[in-house]
Design a protein around this ligand. Structure first.
Ligand SMILES: C[S@@+](CC[C@H](N)C(=O)[O-])C[C@H]1O[C@@H](n2cnc3c(N)ncnc32)[C@H](O)[C@@H]1O
Length: 266
């Protein structure tokens, strides 16, 4: 597995999440795409896991590691979990807490990193970590910590980006670098920090998990249509909100870019 050296980690822009304004919930912002275009797929995956395992989340405890502005945390809370979100960014946590309060959702938000979770062993029934594992400096430590805070029999649900030629072309070149189409800020992601499915499986088994499943994703439109939509946004004909309405991820066998998975703590 790729070792995340300081030199590689220095390239990722995790400072972006410390913006002073709400960068999560305003419809015309890049991170709101997590709600419009990614949530349907990843929340659908989580609901399927619950159904498959015949688990009623009511009253069960869930932690979201790297919760950002609460876009996924609120969905976890709405499923019925007693929900906690943790993130290193004060500004994102402030946005998350305000938004939950406005919506009348009882979510506990706390500051911290996945590498050092401030919870006792065996604290949670579920841990979610979505679109975060490819942002952390010490992935083995984060997986160790997630395993530690999960109760035996607890469930870990995650999604992350695969390190393939296709993910370099699509997620880095088209989505971030090539000005004709790019809709993400440069250095939002660093390709060398992407994680191959077999790497995460290996880490999970080393940390007391019984790995269960991976599930891929693909855009709801063809690649030429995706490029046309992205071009409309860079030309100013479409906002991020327009993009989010038309371009969403759907479940697929294709694991080349973003994939989700789950594992059970032994
Ligand atoms: C792409 S956002 C995902 C936010 C949220 N999980 C979602 O999908 O809506 C990545 C988040 O990871 C957080 N993050 C970065 N490094 C982290 C770390 N070491 N431990 C936990 N969270 C981290 C960032 O502050 C940011 O909120």
């Amino acid at each position: 597995m790729e070792k995340i050296t300081q030199e590689i980690y220095n390239k990722i822009d995790n400072d972006l999440y410390n913006a002073k304004t709400d960068i999560w919930w305003k419809p015309d912002t890049v991170l709101h795409i997590l709600k419009t275009s990614v949530n349907p797929w990843r929340v659908g995956f989580a609901m399927n896991v619950l159904k498959k395992l015949d688990i009623d989340p009511t009253g069960k405890t869930a932690l979201e590691v790297g919760c950002g502005g609460g876009i996924l945390t609120e969905e976890i809370c709405k499923m019925g979990f007693t929900t906690t979100g943790i993130d290193p960014s004060d500004e994102s946590l402030h946005t998350a807490a305000n938004h939950a309060k406005e919506g009348g959702l009882a979510i506990t938000y706390q500051k911290g990193t996945g590498e050092q979770l401030p919870y006792q062993d065996h604290s949670f029934d579920f841990v979610f970590c979505c679109d975060v594992l490819e942002h952390v400096s010490d992935l083995p430590k984060v997986i160790f910590e997630i395993s530690r805070v999960l109760k035996p029999g607890g469930i870990f649900i995650y999604d992350t980006l695969n390190r393939t030629f296709i993910s370099k072309l699509v997620a880095i070149k088209i989505w971030q670098e090539w000005k004709r189409w790019a809709f993400m800020p440069p250095n939002l992601h660093v390709w060398k920090m992407f994680i191959k499915p077999e790497e995460i499986k290996h880490l999970l088994s080393k940390n007391g998990f019984d790995w269960k499943e991976h599930h891929g994703s693909e855009p709801n439109v063809s690649i030429p249509t995706m490029l046309r939509y992205l071009r409309k946004r860079t030309k100013g004909e479409w906002t991020y909100a327009d993009l989010g309405k038309n371009f969403v991820l759907v479940g697929s066998k294709d694991m080349n870019i973003l994939y989700a998975g789950y594992a059970i703590k032994k």
